[in-house]
Design a protein. Structure first.
Length: 280
């Protein structure tokens, strides 16, 4: 069974470019490069990965693509481009010729709900829909209704929901998250990453019992055909090591058939993102 980490980050740290890394996240205030990740993946038995943007710059997207070409185990990149800008079509044309670019993402969790439903963002999403790229949805739980409206505008666009929409795991609050997740999952072009869960729980005291209800809702809603395993490394290290998170993932899917486990732990990422031979 080949495992694919469908969600991780890489960066050369600077306080100016990574202002979102606050004092409580001080352990992340250093560089995290391909060699660091490769060591973690090898120890955890993970074969390939998808690098995801952490800064909203085209420069970072090009940097990630360069790293992907230098490191075969980085099978794809979910980058950033200015979707709501008038010049977006031209920016995307300059990037889309790179075979390692598999998707785009905006940091919607930092925007008001109205942003993803604005005319400017809508025009950009029409361009994305015509490109064949996946769109990763990064939102907070409270933005799920707006995300459903966004998806409904683009029935032919493939979407991947990041971090199970960041439910309030630390508060043990299932609703209204669970109801809205089930509603979003009724759209067959939407997939969901099982990632980022421990950092939504109590960083120091979370347990499998805390996470299990949220995984169960995601599995019930999307099924094994539309769940993707991801680490959110290195952010996850605030609450769990890379290897321990993959142990958690394997434990959560252990009750499924071998073929269903293989889909969640790698096969779905290969299919959805159209990953290279390194991931297959």
């Amino acid at each position: 069974m080949r495992c694919v980490d469908a969600h991780h980050h890489l960066w050369n740290y600077s306080a100016e470019e990574y202002g979102w890394i606050g004092p409580e996240m001080a352990a992340l205030r250093r560089d995290f490069g391909p060699a660091d990740l490769r060591a973690e993946m090898t120890a955890a038995g993970v074969d390939a990965c998808v690098a995801v943007q952490a800064r909203e710059t085209v420069e970072e997207t090009r940097w990630l693509l360069g790293l992907a070409h230098e490191n075969d185990f980085i099978a794809g990149v979910v980058g950033w481009a200015p979707i709501a800008d008038a010049a977006f079509a031209g920016d995307l044309e300059a990037l889309a010729g790179d075979a390692k670019l598999k998707g785009l993402r905006q940091i919607l969790q930092a925007q008001p709900d109205a942003y993803m439903l604005s005319d400017a963002f809508e025009r950009g999403m029409q361009v994305v829909e015509g490109s064949g790229l996946v769109y990763d949805i990064l939102i907070l739980e409270r933005q799920l209704e707006a995300a459903i409206a966004l998806v409904d505008r683009h029935p032919k666009q493939v979407f991947v929901l990041d971090h199970v929409a960041k439910p309030r795991i630390a508060a043990h609050a299932l609703e209204p998250w669970a109801t809205r997740m089930r509603e979003l999952a009724r759209r067959p072009q939407v997939y969901c990453k099982v990632s980022g869960m421990t950092t939504e729980a109590d960083w120091k005291q979370w347990t499998m019992e805390d996470l299990r209800p949220y995984f169960d809702v995601a599995l019930e809603s999307f099924g094994p055909e539309r769940l993707l395993a991801g680490s959110d490394w290195p952010v996850c290290t605030l609450a769990v090591s890379y290897g321990s998170w993959w142990q958690v993932l394997r434990e959560m899917v252990s009750g499924l058939s071998e073929s269903e486990q293989a889909k969640i732990l790698g096969g779905n990422a290969v299919r959805v993102y159209g990953l290279s031979e390194a991931a297959q």
